[in-house]
Design a protein around this ligand. Structure first.
Ligand SMILES: Cc1ncc(C[n+]2csc(CCOP(=O)(O)OP(=O)(O)O)c2C)c(N)n1
Ligand SMILES: [Mg+2]
Length: 328
C-alpha cells in the first residue's frame, strides 16, 4: 500500500476497510471450499484478489446511494451492506435468499441498503445506474449511483451510450470499471486496439482516472474524489480500477491451470495481495496487535458459519410457487 495514501487515511477508517475486505475474502473462501459439493446450484464468479475495489468505493456511499453490479457481484453486495444470510441462501437457491432463490449468485439484490441488483448480461446494469441517477436529479436528491462492471463491459455499445447521456444531463453517476484484463479467457490485448479504458471517458468530457485496484488506500482516495464530484452535481466520473482476478473466470478453478494464462505472461500485480498489504500498514501503526486481527477473523468466521448453516437448512421454494416473482 502506498505510503502517501496510508498517511492520509485515519486508522479507524483503515480498520473499517479491513473488516469489509476480510469479510469478502472469508465469505468467498468458504463458498469456494464448499462449492464442489454441488449443493449451491448456481454458477459463481469469485472476486478473490479484487476485494479492495468494492471496499474502497462503497466506503464513501450512503444508505440512499445505489449500487448496480454484474455477474461478479459478491463483493459489491457485501461492501454496500447487503444481508450475508440472504446472499448465502440465494447461492443455495433457497426461498430465504435475497432473490427468493430464483436468481443465484449473479442476481443479488438488497434494496434495503441500496444494492439495486446485479445482472448477468455483460454491461446490462450500466444504463440502470444512469437511469437511477436521472431519477435522483428529478427528485432533487443528493444521492449517487455507482455502476460496477468489468473491462469486457467497456467494449459494449451500451457503455458509450450510457456515458453520453450521463454527460449530457450531468448525472450523479460513478462508473467503476474493474479492469482485471480478462473477458473469460481473452486478454485485453487480444480484444482492444487501445486498452486504455479511462481515456474513453474523455470523448464525453467525463473526468476519469486509472487506479491501482490492489491498493485499497488509493481506491479509497480516488473514489472519494469521484463520488464527491458526482454528489456536488458536477456530473459523472469514471474510475478504471486495475486489479487481479485470482481464480478462474467462473467456478473455483486456478486460472494458471487453464491454458490461457501462463505464469510468464502474468502482470507484476499478480503476486500482490490487497488484504495483506493493508494488514502490513495496520501492523506498522502504533497500538495495533495481532490479537485484533485474530479477533476480527474469529468474529467473521462465526458469522459466516451461521449464514451457511441457515442457508443449508433453509426451505427450498415450493414447487407450486416456482413461477412466482418471475416477470419475463
Ligand atoms: C452481453 C453478454 N455477452 C456475453 C456474455 C458472456 N460473458 C459472461 S461474463 C463475460 C466476461 C465478462 O468480462 P468482464 O466484463 O471483464 O468481467 P470479469 O468477468 O472479468 O469480472 C462474458 C463474455 C454475457 N453474459 N453477456
Ligand atoms: Mg474482466
Amino acid at each position: 500500500m502506498n505510503e502517501n495514501h496510508q498517511n492520509e487515511i485515519g486508522t479507524e477508517q483503515l480498520w473499517d476497510l479491513y473488516r469489509v475486505m476480510a469479510r469478502i475474502r472469508l465469505v468467498e473462501l468458504k463458498i469456494e471450499e464448499l462449492y464442489h459439493l454441488d449443493d449451491m446450484k448456481t454458477p459463481i464468479h469469485l472476486s478473490l484478489g479484487e476485494e479492495a475495489v468494492a471496499a474502497g468505493v462503497c466506503a464513501h456511499l450512503r444508505l440512499d446511494d445505489f449500487v448496480f453490479s454484474n455477474h461478479r457481484s459478491h463483493a459489491h453486495y457485501l461492501a454496500k451492506g447487503g444481508d450475508l444470510k440472504a446472499m448465502i441462501a440465494e447461492l443455495y437457491c433457497k426461498e430465504t435468499g435475497c432473490a427468493k432463490g430464483r436468481g443465484g449468485s449473479m442476481h443479488l439484490i438488497d434494496t434495503a441498503v441500496g444494492h439495486l441488483g446485479s445482472s448477468a448480461i455483460v454491461g446490462g446494469s450500466i444504463p440502470h445506474a444512469v437511469g437511477a441517477a436521472l431519477a435522483f436529479v428529478m427528485q432533487n436528491k443528493t444521492a449517487v449511483a455507482v455502476s460496477f462492471f468489468g473491462d469486457a463491459a467497456s467494449e459494449e455499445g451500451v457503455f458509450f451510450e450510457s456515458m453520453s447521456l450521463a454527460a449530457l444531463k450531468r448525472l450523479p453517476v460513478v462508473f467503476v470499471c474493474e479492469n482485471n484484463f480478462y473477458s473469460v479467457c481473452s486478454h485485453i490485448s487480444a480484444r482492444q486496439p487501445n486498452p486504455d479504458i479511462a481515456m474513453r471517458a474523455r470523448a464525453f468530457d467525463i473526468p476519469s482516472v486509472k487506479v491501482d485496484g490492489m491498493d485499497v488506500g488509493q481506491v479509497f482516495m480516488k473514489a472519494g474524489d469521484a463520488i464527491h464530484h458526482a454528489r456536488q452535481g458536477r456530473g459523472p466520473y469514471l474510475l478504471e480500477c486495475r486489479a487481479q482476478r485470482w481464480r478462474a473466470h467462473a467456478g473455483s478453478g486456478d486460472p494458471l491451470r487453464e491454458k490461457y494464462r501462463k505464469p510468464e505472461d502474468l502482470e507484476p500485480d499478480w503476486m500482490r495481495d490487497p488484504l495483506s498489504e493493508l494488514e502490513q500498514v495496520l501492523r506498522s501503526r502504533r497500538g495495533i496487535g495481532e490479537q485484533t486481527i485474530r479477533d476480527i477473523t474469529g468474529t467473521l468466521n462465526a458469522e459466516i458459519d451461521e449464514a451457511f448453516y441457515a442457508a443449508q437448512s433453509g426451505p427450498l421454494p415450493r414447487k407450486e410457487d416456482l413461477k412466482k416473482y418471475l416477470f419475463a
